[in-house]
Design a protein around this ligand. Structure first.
Ligand SMILES: [Zn+2]
Length: 258
């Protein structure tokens, strides 16, 4: 059995793509760096692109070694990323840059997965049914504009804090709050890892999870998903109803397990 991957990524409305997809012989990951508002103090001059690159490098190392549980691999990667900052960096800043993450690794007869933040893993089983693992906590917070004490206090209360939403970046403990699971490889056909630039298709545009898997397995592969989300965004009759960028960075890794 193999761990055959196809991947694709596309920049959104920004000037740099802060998504990252990496794969190894028996693992795959996607990261989605969260951009702070322009000009916001984040405690440090390292940008979100740097954080994503450092996290990706440390995660690759940990996944390549292949022994520790995925949450432990992520915790160690965050710890090492924090250590990569310089002495002038305040990584305790509530806005210290971070990323959402989806990881998958094959370990003997099982497929292990982890999600933190609203990246997703889709699982197609051998009957063709598609299930989704994601972390919606960031969408379940109160509206920040209702925070009486202001936005910065809101972020300090909810970002990487119990009862809030967790991201990979400056707080190793975040890894302990990731959602994880494992299932027998024999029950799965393929999996799809994607950033929230792709899951707009199900969040906003009435695609079902199974539709995403179908698109990804056409001849165009992951590019078909990127085309679909860009097409939906461009033909959206009322794009102003959504918060965030018109087009988000969008990244997909399709893993065929057999
Ligand atoms: Zn720094």
């Amino acid at each position: 059995m193999t761990f055959a991957v196809k991947r694709g990524t596309a920049i959104g409305s920004g000037t740099e793509n802060h998504d990252l997809a990496l794969t190894g012989t028996d693992w795959a990951l996607v990261l989605d760096g969260a951009n702070p508002p322009a000009g916001a103090d984040v405690g440090c001059s390292h940008g979100v692109g740097w954080i994503v690159e450092r996290l990706g490098a440390h995660l690759s190392e940990g996944l390549h070694e292949g022994e520790a549980a995925l949450a432990a691999v992520l915790r160690e990667a965050i710890h090492a990323t924090v250590a990569d900052h310089g002495p002038g960096c305040d990584t305790t800043h509530p806005r210290s840059p971070g990323a959402t993450a989806a990881l998958a690794r094959r370990a003997a007869d099982h497929l292990e997965w982890l999600v933190l933040g609203d990246a997703a893993v889709l699982f197609e089983d051998t009957t063709g049914r598609v299930a989704v693992a994601t972390d919606d906590r960031v969408h379940e917070l109160p509206e920040p504009l209702e925070a009486a004490a202001g936005l910065e206090a809101f972020i300090a209360q909810y970002r990487n804090k119990p009862g809030g939403a967790w991201f990979a970046g400056a707080v190793p403990e975040a890894a302990d709050h990731a959602f994880t699971g494992r299932q027998p490889v024999a029950e799965l056909r393929r999996i799809l890892l994607c950033t929230n630039g792709i899951t707009r298709l199900t969040e906003r545009y009435d695609y079902r999870a199974a539709d995403l898997m179908t698109l990804a397995t056409t001849n165009r592969g992951p590019a078909a998903l990127i085309d679909a989300v860009r097409g939906a965004e461009l033909t959206d009759p009322d794009p102003e109803r959504w918060s965030g960028k018109r087009h988000d960075d969008a990244t997909v890794v399709l893993v065929d397990l057999h």
